[in-house]
Design a protein around this ligand. Structure first.
Ligand SMILES: Cc1cc2nc3c(=O)[nH]c(=O)nc-3n(C[C@H](O)[C@H](O)[C@H](O)COP(=O)(O)OP(=O)(O)OC[C@H]3O[C@@H](n4cnc5c(N)ncnc54)[C@H](O)[C@@H]3O)c2cc1C
Length: 262
């Protein structure tokens, strides 16, 4: 079992959803590769502090418990604690890269991802947890940045690849009010449209591909983003059959089951 070379699951995006999903999978013994654009933005919050009760038995609950409660962490402290817990898991490899598209086999099944550097990564299951980063445009005053959050670059390639494969999207906007430290800004981004993602996260017409959290059209709040990651880990672990399951023994992903917010 080598999560870097032959993962059972590739999780794309280390926001709250992807971090919880990848950590939960690794804790279940599933070799997991977590690919995220920058290691410096793992579990980034839009502002400072995270005043919500983390889902039980998840990654955030673990770090909150160690700190004496969720209010004990600043956003920077949360980033450091989450990154440490991810790096500590032997079944999990965290890779800094941007996923630019999918790889499919001759039957149309998703078998891995393309990365910006040109190195292909293979796995029987791929989970997109890319939040507000699909064709994201950040507006602050009159300036426009290609970013999913302030100064966090958002490549358009993955979105364009999904569109080329027939997936439909809808536009969403998220706004962060300004404060004494920074002016407010708005992010316009794409999420998979209604009907594109089944209740278990399976993406329509792309077997092997799942999507969770904001990019799948779920509510954009921190508590549900974390909860959906925890639930995604449980579901995906059940599909691959637990630790060190061989690809040959793996059941085909079902098209119904948990988890998803409407
Ligand atoms: C402007 C703004 C204001 C917000 N205000 C609030 C608020 O007040 N309260 C609240 O509860 N929530 C708020 N939210 C929502 C909150 O940030 C999200 O609900 C939550 O962070 C989403 O978590 P996520 O894991 O789904 O995605 P994200 O946190 O968006 O994480 C996605 C991750 O995927 C990575 N990624 C993206 N594309 C790729 C790729 N192609 N390859 C590799 N990695 C990739 C990104 O780098 C990022 O690390 C706000 C969001 C924004 C953008």
């Amino acid at each position: 079992m080598n999560p870097a070379e032959s993962p059972d699951v590739i999780v794309v995006g280390a926001g709250l959803t992807g971090s919880e999903a990848a950590w939960g999978l690794a804790r279940a013994g599933v070799p997991t590769l977590l690919v995220t654009t920058s290691l410096d933005t793992i579990a980034t919050l839009p502002g400072d502090g995270w005043g919500f009760a983390p889902p039980p038995q998840g990654l955030l609950a673990t770090v909150a418990h160690e700190a004496g409660g969720p209010d004990a962490w600043s956003a920077r402290g949360l980033h450091r604690a989450v990154k440490r817990e991810l790096e500590r898991e032997p079944a999990l490899h965290v890779l800094q890269s941007t996923v630019t598209g999918l790889h499919c086999d001759g039957a149309g099944r998703v078998v891995g991802v393309a990365t910006w550097e040109g190195v292909a990564r293979s796995a029987p299951l791929v989970a997109l947890c890319v939040g507000s980063f699909l064709r994201a445009r950040l507006r602050m005053g009159r300036s426009v940045e290609v970013a999913g959050r302030l100064s966090e670059f958002a490549d358009d390639d993955l979105y364009e690849d999904l569109v080329a494969r027939g997936r439909r999207f809808q536009t969403r906007r998220l706004a962060l009010p300004g404060d004494a430290l920074q002016p407010g800004y708005e992010v316009e981004h794409q999420v998979l449209a209604a009907g594109e993602v089944a209740s278990d996260g399976a993406v329509r017409d792309l077997p092997g591909l799942f999507a969770y959290g904001v990019c799948a059209g779920a509510a954009a709040d921190l508590a549900s983003s974390a909860r959906l990651g925890v639930e995604a880990a449980r579901w995906l672990a059940s599909l691959v059959g637990g630790p060190s399951a061989s690809a040959a023994k793996r059941p085909a992903p079902a098209s119904s089951g948990p988890p998803r917010d409407a």
